[in-house]
Design a protein around this ligand. Structure first.
Ligand SMILES: Cc1cc2nc3c(=O)[nH]c(=O)nc-3n(C[C@H](O)[C@H](O)[C@H](O)COP(=O)(O)OP(=O)(O)OC[C@H]3O[C@@H](n4cnc5c(N)ncnc54)[C@H](O)[C@@H]3O)c2cc1C
Length: 457
C-alpha cells in the first residue's frame, strides 16, 4: 500500500472527563448513565444523530424477556427495566414471550432523557477517529465533527462501538467466528404478508421471504429465511428481518458498502415480489428503512475469559456475575439457517428452505437431560477484561464468546447489562485509581446490584 504523510498538527482538547464512552447504542448509554449516576464526569460520543444503535437507527425494536424462562422471576432489571417503563404505553407492546416491542422513535427520546438527566455530556454527529496511548494507557481519543478534529481526554474509556474500534487501534488480540453471523437490512413495509393463488383466485397467509424464495430465479436472490413483526400502533406495518446478506465482514469498508448495496436491493425485491405475487388488495410500500445495515457479528476481542455456552447454560456460579439472561443461543448462517439452543437442553433449527430439525444439545454434550434445568444463565465480569490496556473496557457485540454463547449474549437485554457493568467498572477504576485488570469483579457485581441493576442480589 502507498502512503501519504500528514504534517504534525496541534489538536484542540475539546473536553476532559473521568469517563469517555465511544458509541451510543443502549449499551453505551447505559454505561454512561451508570458511571454518571455513581458520580463520575462522563462524556459520550455517537457518530449518528441519536442514541440506540441497532434498536433505533437499525429499526430492531425488540428487547427480549426480563423474566426467567419459567416466567416466575424477574432476572433482568436495572436500566433496561427503567427504559421500558419510560416508554409511552402506546409505544410499547409486551408479547406472550414477555418481549418488549417498541416504537424506535420513542426509545430514542427515552435514551436522550436518561443521558441528559444524569448530566452526561453528549456529542452527536461525532465520530471516533483514533487514539493516543502511552504506557498501556489511553490518554485521549480523537474525534471528528462539524468543528473539525478534536481530542477528548479521560481517565477511563469504554469502547461501545460494536465492532471494537478502540480495541482494534490498541492492538488487542482479535478473532472472528468460523461462520460470521450475517447482517440483515431491516425495513418497515406496509401491507400484510399474503400470497395470491391465481388458480383459486384466493389469498392465503405466507411470509414474504418464502414468496421471494418461490420466485428466486426471477428476482435473482439466494434462498433465505427470516422473520417479521408488527410495531405498536402500526398494525398494517411490518418490521422486516428477512434480508440476510451473506459472506460479508462488516468491520471492513468494502464489505460494509457491499452489505448496504445488496441489502437495499433485497428490500426492494421483497416489496416487488409482494406487489406481483401478494394480495392484490394490499398497497405494498416501503415506509422506512434502517439508517444502516443491521450488523450481528464482526470481530471479537480476547479477554481474561471467553464465554462458554456449556458453562453459561448450566448456570455455573460466578462471584463476579454481571449479567443474567434467558435468550437462546441464536446462531444464524447461510449454510445451516438459524439454530436456537435453549436452556432446557433442546435445540431447534430452521434451515434456509424453512425445514425444521430438533434435538437435545445436553445429550450430545454428555450432560443429564432429566431433572431441574436452569431458568437463566449468568456471565462473569472477567469476560470483559482485556489485558492490553489499563484504562479501557469493551462492551457490546465484540464480546469474547464461543459462537453459541455469542448467539445468546448478543441480544440487547444482555448487552444492556454489559454496558451497565462497564459503567460501574469505569467509575470504580477512576475512584479507586486502579486499572481494569486490578478491579475486584465481585465489587463490580455488588455495586451493580446496589444500583438496582440486573437483579443480581
Ligand atoms: C437484523 C438484526 C436483528 C436482530 N434482532 C434482535 C432482536 O430482535 N432483539 C435483540 O435484542 N437483539 C437483536 N439483534 C442483536 C442486537 O441488535 C445487536 O447485537 C446489538 O444491538 C449490538 O449492540 P452494540 O451496542 O454492541 O452495537 P450497536 O447497536 O451496533 O451500537 C454501536 C454504536 O456505536 C456507534 N459507533 C460505531 N462506531 C463509532 C465510531 N467510530 N464513532 C462513534 N460512534 C460509533 C454506532 O453508531 C452505534 O450507535 C439483532 C441484530 C440484527 C443485526
Amino acid at each position: 500500500m502507498a502512503y501519504i504523510s500528514v504534517p504534525e498538527r496541534q489538536i484542540p482538547i475539546i473536553y476532559e472527563a473521568d469517563v469517555c464512552v465511544v458509541g451510543g447504542s443502549a449499551t453505551g448509554v447505559f454505561a454512561a448513565v451508570r458511571a454518571a449516576r455513581l458520580g463520575a464526569k462522563v462524556v459520550i460520543v455517537e457518530k449518528t444523530n441519536c442514541f440506540g444503535g441497532n434498536a433505533t437507527n437499525g429499526l430492531m425494536a425488540v428487547w427480549h424477556s426480563l423474566m426467567s424462562t419459567d416466567l416466575k422471576t424477574q432476572v433482568i432489571a436495572g436500566l433496561t427495566d427503567e427504559a421500558c417503563d419510560r416508554l409511552h404505553p402506546f409505544d410499547v407492546r409486551v408479547d406472550g414471550a414477555k418481549s418488549h416491542i417498541f416504537n424506535p422513535c420513542d426509545m430514542k427520546c427515552v435514551l436522550d432523557d436518561m443521558c441528559r438527566e444524569s448530566g452526561v455530556k453528549i456529542y452527536f454527529h461525532t465520530v471516533y477517529a483514533g487514539l493516543s496511548a502511552e504506557d498501556d494507557e489511553i490518554k485521549a481519543v480523537f474525534v471528528e465533527n462539524k468543528d473539525g478534529r478534536g481530542a477528548i481526554k479521560a481517565k477511563f474509556f469504554i469502547d461501545a462501538t460494536g465492532d471494537g474500534d478502540l480495541c482494534r487501534d490498541l492492538g488487542v488480540e482479535r478473532y472472528t467466528n468460523s461462520k460470521i453471523q450475517p447482517p440483515s437490512y431491516v425495513f418497515l413495509l406496509q401491507g400484510k404478508d399474503r400470497a395470491y393463488d391465481p388458480i383459486t383466485g384466493q389469498c392465503f397467509e405466507a411470509d414474504a421471504c418464502s414468496i421471494l424464495n418461490a420466485h428466486k430465479e426471477e428476482f435473482d436472490v439466494e434462498q433465505d429465511h427470516g422473520w417479521s413483526n408488527t410495531l405498536p400502533g402500526h398494525e398494517n406495518l411490518s418490521m422486516r428481518v428477512d434480508t440476510h446478506i451473506f459472506y460479508v465482514q462488516c468491520a471492513e469498508a468494502d464489505d460494509l458498502t457491499k452489505a448496504e448495496l445488496v441489502g437495499r436491493q433485497k428490500m426492494r425485491k421483497i416489496c416487488r415480489v409482494l406487489r406481483k405475487y401478494g394480495d392484490p388488495t394490499e398497497r405494498y410500500a416501503i415506509v422506512n428503512d434502517a439508517s444502516y445495515v443491521g450488523i450481528r457479528d464482526t470481530y471479537h476481542y480476547k479477554t481474561k475469559y471467553a464465554a462458554d455456552y456449556i458453562d453459561m447454560f448450566t448456570c455455573q456460579p460466578h462471584e463476579d456475575c454481571i449479567l443474567r439472561g434467558t435468550y437462546s443461543g441464536d446462531v444464524q448462517n447461510e449454510v445451516d439457517g438459524t439454530t436456537w439452543m435453549d436452556l432446557n437442553g433442546t435445540y431447534t433449527r430452521m434451515d434456509p428452505y424453512g425445514r425444521w430439525f430438533s434435538g437435545n444439545w445436553r445429550a450430545e454434550a454428555g450432560l443429564p437431560t432429566d431433572g431441574e434445568m436452569p431458568t437463566y444463565y449468568t456471565l462473569p465480569f472477567k469476560t470483559l477484561v482485556q489485558e492490553k490496556c489499563k484504562n479501557m473496557i469493551a462492551a457490546g457485540r465484540m464480546v469474547n464468546a464461543d459462537p453459541v454463547a455469542f448467539g445468546a449474549v448478543r441480544v440487547m437485554v444482555n448487552l444492556n447489562q454489559i454496558g451497565e457493568a462497564a459503567g460501574v467498572a469505569a467509575y470504580l477504576a477512576v475512584s479507586q485509581n486502579k486499572s481494569v485488570q486490578e478491579l475486584d469483579g465481585a465489587e463490580v457485581a455488588r455495586t451493580l446490584s446496589k444500583g438496582g441493576s440486573a437483579n443480581l442480589g
